[in-house]
Design a protein around this ligand. Structure first.
Ligand SMILES: *Cc1c(COP(=O)(O)O)cnc(C)c1O
Length: 380
């Protein structure tokens, strides 16, 4: 009759510190750079620039959402404009369109990568043009780290000469044809929220092509202060800069990024083994071919509804976090009046989809608990 032990929670994707963060924070504190300015910001920006190939410019900001907002501004989106958005995503991909008073036009996913369907994208653009509206930008997402169909999506975008904003919030370390996600579009963003593959305890980065764009983004992110001895403003600015302390955490995190990517991919492979042994009726979000390399930020699967529910319940009882796939934006009350182009691919992925715990600091014991819980759910 022993007391039931309450097991510690296994989170979907908690922060995982590397050990060097504290040194960088100490350096920042000792130099008194406790501000949204300071040397660690530049250092963090350079390390991300280099990580994604060294050709693009990075602007550190206080969230990924802020980065999308500024990417839209840099792409010239204004009130009344239309922006094409992948429907299957987190709301942060799309909400900045509303911040600008612009209108999202939603497009379905394709079933290979779960991301923006290039066929529907083309139909959507042609139909908007027929309505006399020219979309100003396309927001495409590398969901759960899986690259979207980059060549196909970008071919449509260039056919109509519309800039692409890559939402790579979840895809730091993923590649398409050996090129880093986040270096492929006209603009891109990363998030360093606490749940992402590396974190700054909340933060983001905007990726752009030129120093001129970078300067402009920094200007907008610092309340758009014109050159003058007093504060003079001819533009609408924002307070979006990253704190130097957050950047210091980021400097430490970047050092373990390669290890984190490897580990996320190991966890994904481990789940494939577990489900294979259990003989479960499961479909993984998969790399379609060798062009695609996902960081597998989250391992995401499709399951028959009763199986999915059984797993969710068993996990809840065992104090293990899981989460359904994003509910498509075109099905959200907030966006119910926005146009949608597609069929039911995103909707089906949502209904049958589940994200499994993918944190890189899980130990053997945690993995065993997950395995045993999956076994009990599937044998039910
Ligand atoms: C996390 C996330 C964002 C937003 O990033 P924040 O830093 O939380 O503002 C945007 N898009 C996607 C797909 C995300 O997962």
């Amino acid at each position: 009759m022993g007391k039931e032990k309450i097991q510690s929670r296994i989170w979907l994707s908690p922060p995982h510190l590397g050990g060097q963060e504290n040194n960088y924070i100490q350096t920042a504190l000792q130099s008194n750079w406790v501000a949204p300015a300071g040397p660690q910001i530049g250092q963090f920006e350079s390390s991300i620039q280099n990580f994604i190939g060294g050709k693009k410019k990075a602007v550190a900001l206080n969230s990924g959402t802020a980065a999308i907002h500024l990417a839209l501004v840099l792409a010239g989106v204004e009130a009344g404009d239309e922006v094409i958005c992948q429907s299957l995503t987190f709301c942060a991909s799309v909400n900045p369109v509303l911040y600008l008073g612009a209108h999202p036009i939603f497009v379905d996913s394709e079933p290979e990568t779960w991301n923006l369907c290039p066929v529907m994208l083309k139909q959507a653009i042609e139909d908007r043009l027929a309505h006399g509206k020219r979309p100003k930008a396309i927001i495409a997402v590398h969901l759960y780290g899986m690259p979207y169909q980059v060549d196909e999506v970008h071919a449509v975008a260039s056919e109509f000469n519309i800039p692409v904003i890559e939402d790579a919030a979840e895809a730091l370390g993923s590649t398409y044809k050996q090129q880093s996600c986040g270096s492929l579009g006209n603009f891109a963003i990363f998030s360093f929220n606490g749940n992402k593959i590396i974190t700054t305890g909340g933060g983001g980065i905007l990726i752009c092509a030129t120093s001129v764009e970078k300067k402009w983004a920094q200007f907008l992110a610092t309340q758009a202060k014109d050159e003058a001895p007093h504060f003079e403003h001819s533009q609408l600015g924002y307070n979006y800069r990253m704190s130097n302390i957050a950047a210091a955490i980021g400097c430490g995190q970047v050092q373990v990024l390669d290890a984190r990517i490897e580990k996320r991919r190991e966890i994904n492979a481990w789940y494939r083994g577990v489900f294979k042994d259990l003989g479960g009726d499961v479909t993984f979000q998969d790399e379609p071919d060798t062009y695609y390399m996902s960081n597998y930020w989250l391992t995401a699967v499709q399951l028959p509804l009763p199986v999915r529910n059984a797993i969710v319940n068993a996990f809840a009882k065992a104090n293990i976090e899981s989460r359904p796939v994003w509910k498509p934006m075109h099905l959200q009350p907030l966006y119910k009046n926005a146009p949608f182009y597609g069929e039911k691919t995103a909707e089906k992925l949502f209904f049958k989809g589940l994200c499994l715990p993918s944190g890189t600091n899980m130990n053997e014991e945690d993995l065993n608990r997950i395995q045993v819980t999956l076994q009990s759910a599937l044998n039910h």
